[in-house]
Structure formats: C-alpha cells, structure tokens
Design a protein. Structure first.
Ligand code: N01
Length: 515
C-alpha cells in the first residue's frame, strides 16, 4: 500500500507500526514451528507488484517458516525503499475525523500527531492476542508465554514440564517442536480440530524454477478462485460420486497436502452429509496415526463440521501423541478452573509445570481496529458504531467514517483466503479509487447507508447458506467473551467479491458519496 501510495500515485504517506520492524504477524509469531499454511511460492507478492522480485526470490521450503518469511518481507521493504516512510515502535492511540477540515488526525502514544486526507488501516486480522482470564493467572511462579508475543531470543524448554493450552493452527505447529525438547508436555485441548497433512518439504532451485516458469498462469488462477489459491474447486458434489471414487479423491488431496482437501468438492461447506464424508476421512487418518484408540478418539472432532473452524495443517502433530512424554488432557470434559502458583488446576486434576504456553489465539478482525481509537463524524467511535457487530460496505469502508479504508476488514474475504491475494486486491482497489478521486478533483469518499445495509444483508445471506455459523470459531467471534456472534469474514469467495468490487468501481463507485 505504501509503495502504491507513494510510487504509483505520488502521494506523501506515513506508516506507523508498533513493532520494531516490518513483518506484522511474521514479526510477532516466533513460536517454535511457526510456519505458513499457504505454499510459500503463492504466499508472496504477485506479479501485480514486480516480476523481478518474483524472479530473484527463492523459497527453501514448500511451506516457509517464520524466519524466512520475515526476511522476505525485510527484503521487500529494502528493495522498494519502504523503510524511510515507516515509523516503528509507534502505537496509534487515536484517529479522528474532523468534519470541518475533512481531514484525519492520527495520534500516537508518544504524544505526536499527524493529519492526513486518507486513513488506511493495515493491522492484519490476527494481531490482538487473546489471553483467557483464568483465575490466578498472574500467580503462576514459572514462565508463561503467548505464542503471538513470543520472545525474540527463543525459549529453551529442555528438561521442563510444559502445559500448552490450545490446539488451533498455532498449537498444532508448536506442540511437536516443544515435545522434542521438554521433559513432559501436557496438551490441554478444549476442541479437537480436523488437522490436514501439511506435506512440508524442502524446495530445490529446480522446483522453484518450474513454479516461476508458470507464474503468469499461477497468479491469474489465484485471482479467479474463491480461496485465492492456484487450484480450482471442481463442479462436482461429494455424494454424486461413488464411495470408492470419493475416497480416492480425498486420499489424493491428502497426499498432496495443504488446503486442497477443502477444494475437492463444491458442496463441502454447504451440505452436512457431504461434509461428513470429508470429516470421517480425516478422523480415519487420526486413527491411522495415533496408537492409543482412546487418545485418537479424543483427538477426533465430533461437534462441528469440517472447515467450519480453520483446519490446522499438521506436520507430525498426531504422531506426537505416541510419545511417552506427551499427555493429552481433555479440558472440555474437565475445564481449567484456575492457574496456581505451580501449574494448572482443572475440574479433576492439577498439573504441576515449569512453563505454560498460551496458544489461545486472537481477538480477530476487530480487536486491533478498536484499539486504534477511530472516531468518525460527530465523534462517533468505530467500536460504538459496531457494538452489535461490524457494518461495512465491502468490508473496506463504513458510513460515518469518510476516507477510511480497512485492508482485509471484517465482511471482506480476508482470512477465508490466501491472505496476500486478498490484500493485493484491496490495495489495488484503494489505489484505483484514490486515482479516480484525484483525476476528478475530488477528495472525499464515503459509503451510503443503504449501500452498506445491502452489503451487510448480502454478507448475512451468503453466511446462512453455509455451515460456518455451526461452529464456535474465532471466525464468528465465539472465542472472545461478549463479542457479538457474527461471521466476521465474507464467505462468498474472493472471485465473486472481486467482481463485485470491480463492478462498483466501473460504475463510478456505485453506493458511495463522492465529494
Ligand atoms: O488460535 P485459535 P490460533 N480454555 O483461536 C483454545 C492463523 N494461523 O493462534 O477451539 C481452553 O484457532 C481454543 O479452544 P476452542 C489461522 O488462521 C495461521 O491457533 O475455542 N482452551 C483453541 O484450541 C488460525 O486459525 C497460520 O475450544 C482455550 C485455541 O485455544 C489463527 O491464526 C499459522 C481457551 C485457540 O485457537 C488463530 O490460530 C498459525 C480457554 N479459555 C495460525 N481459550 C498460518 O500458517 C482458547 N482456547 C498462516
């Protein structure tokens, strides 16, 4: 976005980041095993940014680890001379729209302020950590860590007894690594997930070459698919094929690894019976891998359909439960009651540990937006306007907040896609929009209330055609006490969404007031 604003549009732009360097999620999430769940060659800036960058960068693994992604982002920041306009270790605490001047005033914690015509948030979707408020949490005398705020110097668990709370995508990555070091690991699981085989492996220069030679086609496909991946979902339903054929299709997707399993049939997110075939295929894989049948059953999800919570990718997670030094603890059956000075007490036992790892996720999508202290017309806060849940036009803008753009905001496809593809679509759209305003001598854009209402209605209608509302996921805000229960990302598909956004722009920004 900075590159586009500055180098494409010739605007003056300033970026604020609370971190000490670029990287966002890849700056903060340094827990052992942190790696991307999208293939590295498709989890990067596309040909929309630079063919030269695509050519010069080579990834060493099929799914890149955190350090490699961080160095990629640092390379991009250097290559495009971005550092000079980014102010690090600077937290935005207020952003207020002044109706008399038509400008935003952005205040930072160090007491400085700047004014701007346009205010763009690029705070990611998973950047405010969720630390459950267990009684006694602060009395613990050992060490504790949240995966999303991991110490830069790393943690050595050698010889320690460790409790890991949480088995989402993060816990599933961290637990096998911690188990290799620690004396003993207690995995405190509330809800088992449908973990898909990751299939990570090293990538040779030749592997990379073959992908690079095909990059044009790959990026085109990512822009034409619902999830932003370079593979398409066939127009076939799960129950329309014989059992054997269906099993073969699942097994093939499983072998290839990654999210392909979710794109094997067109109705997995809509039809419960179809979904159950994929769910049972995955439960059978758990039974294959975990020796103790009781542990295997405890690891098998029964309370929500497949892909109604974000499925983690696993590389050796299930096998970890065959180790002598790993114990699975069911904190659904016997919930955590308190953190004591020496460990964790559940309803039926006490676990004495040296360290606690909270892999307990994030206040997703709105958590960080609210921390920015955004106020629009008449001093109304975003948090106040969205007290019952987000209300936006395209997940990009919201009425009462002129010239505010939210990259991957709630009610846009965002976390239900391959994020860089969704981010680039928003950046392109905002860039075109600002160019449109400038070319016509305009400088204000704000969605009309009726256009916003129609978008929210459409968002809700599409949501109801899917199984996603069935699960207590962070996608619906269920992980944060008191958070309105709504589907936060848009599930209509990035392809459909892109067409809607393009149509609105082509129609002269239909649904917006321009001034
Ligand atoms: O967080 P989560 P995460 N008592 O919210 C449990 C992305 N990601 O950090 O399911 C007991 O998914 C909670 O239990 P439950 C990815 O989009 C991407 O793992 O609510 N347990 C759950 O098991 C992912 O979805 C990559 O019943 C409690 C866990 O903590 C998102 O980040 C890699 C609890 C939290 O799981 C978030 O994943 C890693 C309590 N009070 C992550 N509170 C990529 O590759 C919470 N839990 C890009």
């Amino acid at each position: 976005m900075l590159h586009r604003l500055r180098d494409t549009l010739g605007l003056r732009a300033r970026v604020f980041d609370v971190a000490a360097d670029v990287g966002g999620t890849w700056y903060w999430n340094r827990y052992p095993g942190a790696r991307c769940d999208s293939e590295s060659y498709f989890y990067s800036f596309s040909d929309r940014l630079s063919d030269e960058l695509l050519e010069e960068w080579t990834w060493s693994e099929r799914f890149a680890g955190q350090p490699e992604i961080l160095s990629y982002l640092q390379h991009v920041a250097e290559r495009f001379d971005l550092y000079k306009d980014i102010q690090f270790e600077t937290e935005v605490v207020a952003a207020e729209y002044d109706e008399s001047t038509g400008r935003w005033t952005v205040r930072t914690r160090d007491g400085n302020e700047v004014t701007a015509t346009y205010f763009i948030t690029a705070v990611g979707c998973l950047s405010t950590t969720n630390l459950p408020d267990f009684p006694g949490r602060d009395s613990f005398r050992g060490r504790w860590y949240h995966t999303g705020l991991w110490p830069h110097e790393g943690v050595d668990f050698t010889g320690q007894r460790v409790a890991v709370i949480g088995t989402g995508a993060t816990g599933v990555q961290a637990i096998p690594e911690i188990a290799q070091q620690a004396e003993h690991v207690h995995v405190l699981q509330r809800t088992p997930n449908y973990d898909i085989a990751g299939g990570n492996r090293p990538m040779s220069a030749e592997d990379g070459r073959a992908i690079k030679d095909n990059y044009r086609e790959i990026w085109r496909t990512t822009r034409e698919t619902g999830f932003g991946f370079p593979y398409r979902t066939p127009e076939r339903t799960a129950l329309s094929v014989p059992d054997e054929e269906r099993q073969r299709i699942y097994a093939e997707a499983w072998e290839r690894g990654g999210f392909r399993l979710g794109t094997t049939f067109s109705d997995l997110l809509q039809d419960e019976a179809a979904n159950e075939t994929a769910a049972e295929f995955l439960r059978a894989r758990i039974r294959d891998k975990v020796r103790d049948p009781e542990v295997a059953e405890l690891l098998s999800p029964r309370d929500h359909p497949f892909f109604t919570k974000r499925p983690p990718l696993e590389n050796g997670y299930y096998e970890t439960f065959n180790r002598e030094n790993v114990t699975l603890v069911d904190v659904r059956e016997a919930p955590i009651q308190e953190i004591t000075e020496t460990g964790v007490r559940t309803a039926d036992a006490e676990y004495e540990v040296d360290s606690i790892v909270y892999a307990t996720g994030f206040d997703a999508m709105t958590g960080t937006l609210f921390k920015l202290g955004i106020r629009g017309r008449r001093g109304i806060g975003l948090e106040e306007k969205w007290a019952e849940g987000p209300s936006s036009y395209l997940g990009l803008t919201t009425h009462g907040f002129p010239n505010l753009f939210m990259i991957t905001g709630p009610q846009s496809p965002s976390v239900l896609t391959n994020m860089p593809v969704a981010i680039e679509q928003h950046v392109d759209w905002i860039t075109d929009c600002l160019r449109h305003l400038r070319d016509r001598g305009l400088d204000t854009i704000e969605p009309l209330p009726e256009a916003e209402r129609d978008w929210v209605d459409h968002h809700n209608e599409v949501t109801e055609t899917t199984l996603l509302p069935r699960a207590n996921s962070w996608w619906v805000g269920a992980n944060i006490p008191g958070k309105p229960r709504r589907l936060y990302p848009y599930v209509g598909g990035l392809d459909v969404y892109r067409q809607i956004c393009d149509r609105i722009a082509a129609d002269g920004y239909d649904g917006f007031a321009l001034g």
